[in-house]
Write a protein that binds this ligand. Sequence first.
Ligand code: OGA
Ligand code: MN
Length: 288
Amino acid sequence: MNDQSEVRLRRLSGCVGAEVSGVSLSGDLTNAQFDAIHRAFNDHSVLVFRNQQLEPDELVSFSRRFGPLEQHVLKQFAHPENPDVFLISNVKEKGKPVGAIRAGQYWHSDCSYMARPTMASVLHALEVPHTGGDTMFTSMAAAYDELSEPMKVFLSGLTAVHDYTNAWDVFFSRVADRPPLSDEDRAKVPPVEHPIVRTHPETGRKVLFVNPGFTRHIVGLTEAESRALLDLLFAHAQQPHFIYRHTWASGDLVMWDNRATWHLAVADYNMEERRHFHRTSIAGDAPY
Ligand code: OGA
Ligand code: MN
């Protein structure tokens, strides 16, 4: 059935996101279909596929078409049958969360705290709350484009330090139900330095590559200068015209380009309702 079908696209907002229809991701995609999806991914940074029924192995096979996968620091939240699938979930068994609870409830780009940050993340919704629990995406390429020329010049040679523990310091320390980060896990994620403006390796676009979740400070500036400038860039990138907000239905598969976007999980749903997702991570390169 996939052989005959044509990949169709519908833009979801002014600068980020497109809905893709006409394909089932559980079957084998033809090269032509994959190429169309890959082009759409580079053009729109966030792709939404509706009504996808995928076993963990099928999710992994689809994800691998884009490149090798990587596994998350928090190994305890891997899918029991397939370690390439990570669980994003508020479901508890015997009082303990089965997956990462409250994952990404702050603006971030996945694993920017690694020397080679995740290229793309693929999230498949299995169970969603009746109301709320949306995910928001913002285009960091559009955000870069709208900076003034003097600001672009100022930022061009600068680097910033990214650190996983920043998210724990600024966010998770305020929530009760997220287990603490073990010393062993902390040791796996030492801080790294990345250019503030990176070049997207496939589109050639320049992208603002700092984020509220993981960026600690700008190298070479005073603490006050760094804080003020990061806060300005963070506020700039959160303007509504850069954003697509996804309201989930079960069966939705959404994939995003961490080189070109931030995302945020909106924490407005009833935690008694199950929100249970499967996720894969496609490995990326060192930013330049
Ligand atoms: C993620 C993430 C957002 C969400 O999977 O990387 O941030 O809405 N999830 O669950
Ligand atoms: Mn995330």
